[in-house]
Every structure is written in structure tokens, then in C-alpha cells.
Design a protein around this ligand. Structure first.
Ligand SMILES: O=C(O)CCC(=O)C(=O)O
Ligand SMILES: [Fe+2]
Length: 313
């Protein structure tokens, strides 16, 4: 093995069998990979990044007027907890298009409070989310095939309204709560795994993301034109532990700010997740329940965060 291994780069435009094989290896070794040849329009990526930057540049009071709440998980937040420690960042979460959904469809279908002063924000965010969804479905099929299952075996978990969302992350150099004499924030994001299936990350090029590999924190610095992809807890369950959802963190920004857009490709609220292989190492895992318990822990300190190990067979 290399003395200093780095996260692999996968070209989605390569022949499908090659992609499948590289993906399987990257998921088994890292849980992270850089994705190039993804075919997403660079102008749309630039517009989405610019929309996020403009939003975070707005005055605090305007952003806080869009804050998420107990009843609506979407919108602005500047006191996120990871593992019950405050992160040095502010975020804006965009949920599914709530038009036409009844509030009873699931617990995550509230309307996103879009910034009324930024006209192009919503259409840009929706267009970006749509291409992320398409790309994640392609990756899901390749992951499923790489696990020896039918390429469409995992798709039913995403039928209907899936609970995917787009999170805009802003890591400022100045703690947003510095005036509140709050306990100081530590990292940009404390170490965690992503709860869902696949995360697609677009960054502004500023380093800061790290993955824990063989006991060492290693940088995941973006490659030009590439997206950073990692698998989440649900892929670990489907893979019956052949793949591990990687622990990752973001350093606190000191010199200059950083912006990233994380698209979390998550199953439908009612989906039940179970390993593709037998004997299963996990009991049936109701995604909606898991997601709700994880989200509660991000919002406030309710004790130990729910983990997939709580569902081990
Ligand atoms: O900003 C990044 O590089 C990573 C963000 C992340 O891990 C998350 O939002 O879950
Ligand atoms: Fe993450």
C-alpha cells in the first residue's frame, strides 16, 4: 500500500464495467471518491455555488428570519451540533419541493423558506438538486451491481418522495455566535458519518475536509471539475458491512472562509433498509425513524446519537 494513499478518482465516462469495479473498490477501501466525467453542466455548478455565497453574505437578521424550527426542518441554522458539539459553520437546508405534498406524507416535507430577496435562488437550487438526483440514481445502480445485486435492486427505496435534501455549508473565519458568549465552536464539522445513502459534495476549492482512513485523518482536497462523493450509513447496511460509511470532519476555517454544497441522497421516509446479502448483520432498519432520531440529535442535545450499530442483528 502507498505510504500516503489518496482518495481515488473515478471517471464516470469510462466503460460501465470499469466504473462498477472502481466504485466497488473505492467504497470498500475509502467510502469516498472523486467523481469526474459526471456530465453535470459546469455553469449550473457555478450558479449553485454563487447562490450559496450570496445567501450567506446576507445580514444575520435576514438569514435568521429563515431559520428552521422544530416543526419545519428546512432553512437557516447557525448552531448545528454534531455529536453534541457545536460546529463552526452556518447552514441552509433545502427540502423536497413541497408543492402538492400533504404534511402527512412524512415528517420532512415542510416548505423551505427561500430568501425572498434573492430571486434566482430557488430555481437554481431546484435545478441543481434535480441533476444531483439523476446522478445519484446512476451511482446507486452501479453500487448495487457492484454488490452483486440487480442494478435496480435499491431503487425502490427511493420511490415516491424521497427525503433527499441539499445543505449549503458556510464555514466562516468568525464564529457566527461569537457575540452570544456561547462555548466556542471547535471544528467546522465534528467527525460524523452521513446517515443516508450517497452524498454528493461540491466545494469552492478550499481545503478542509478530512476522512479517517486506517486511523489517520487524511485530506480530501477537491480535484478540478470533480465532485466529492461518499457513501452513508444506509449503503453500509445494504452492503452488510462490505462498505463502511466513512468518518469525516471539516477543519475550522482560520485564514479564509469556505463554502460547500452537500446533496444528501436519502431513501423515502417509509423505506425499510435491509442488507442485500445473507445472513444479514442488521435487523430491518426503518429509515424514517432513523432519520428522525439523527436529526433530533443535530438540533439539540438529546443524549447519545443514534447509530446503525443500534440495529445490529
Ligand atoms: O463541507 C464539507 O466538506 C463536508 C460537509 C459534510 O460532511 C456534511 O455536510 O455532512
Ligand atoms: Fe458529512
Amino acid at each position: 500500500m502507498d505510504a500516503d494513499p489518496t482518495v481515488p478518482v473515478i471517471d464516470l465516462a469510462a466503460p460501465p464495467a470499469e466504473v462498477r469495479e472502481q466504485l466497488a473498490r473505492a467504497c470498500a477501501d475509502w467510502g469516498f471518491f472523486h467523481l469526474v466525467g459526471h456530465g453535470l453542466d459546469p455553469d449550473l455548478l457555478a450558479q449553485a455555488m454563487q447562490a450559496a455565497r450570496s445567501l450567506f453574505a446576507a445580514p444575520s437578521a435576514d438569514k435568521r428570519a429563515l431559520s428552521r424550527s422544530r416543526d419545519n426542518p428546512w432553512g437557516y441554522y447557525d448552531r448545528e451540533l454534531t455529536k453534541n458539539r457545536r460546529d463552526k459553520k452556518e447552514i441552509f437546508d433545502i427540502g423536497p419541493d413541497a408543492a402538492g405534498l400533504s404534511p402527512t406524507d412524512d415528517a420532512f416535507t415542510g416548505a423551505t423558506p427561500f430568501p425572498p430577496w434573492q430571486a434566482g435562488f430557488e430555481p437554481t437550487a431546484r435545478a441543481y438538486m434535480a441533476v444531483c438526483e439523476g446522478l445519484c440514481l446512476r451511482l446507486l445502480a452501479a453500487i448495487s451491481a457492484g454488490l452483486g445485486a440487480d442494478p435496480q435492486a435499491l431503487a425502490p427505496a427511493f420511490e415516491g418522495v424521497h427525503t433527499s435534501f441539499l445543505r449549503l455549508n458556510h464555514y466562516p473565519t468568525r464564529d457566527p455566535l461569537v457575540d452570544e458568549a456561547a462555548a466556542p465552536a471547535g471544528l467546522g464539522i465534528h467527525h460524523h458519518t452521513d446517515a443516508g445513502a450517497i452524498t454528493l459534495l461540491l466545494t469552492d476549492g478550499v481545503p478542509g475536509l478530512q476522512v479517517l482512513k486506517d486511523g489517520t485523518w487524511r485530506p480530501v482536497d477537491p480535484v478540478p471539475g470533480g465532485l466529492i462523493v461518499n457513501v452513508g450509513d444506509m449503503v453500509q447496511v445494504w452492503s452488510n458491512d462490505a462498505y463502511q460509511a466513512p468518518l469525516h470532519q471539516v477543519l475550522a476555517m482560520e485564514e479564509g472562509e469556505r463554502v460547500s454544497l452537500a446533496y444528501f441522497f436519502n431513501p423515502a421516509y417509509a423505506a425499510v433498509i435491509r442488507p442485500l446479502q445473507t445472513p444479514p448483520r442488521y435487523r430491518d432498519l426503518p429509515w424514517g425513524e432513523f432519520r428522525r432520531r439523527r436529526a433530533d440529535g443535530d438540533f439539540a442535545d438529546y443524549g447519545a446519537e443514534v447509530q446503525i450499530s443500534d440495529y445490529r442483528a
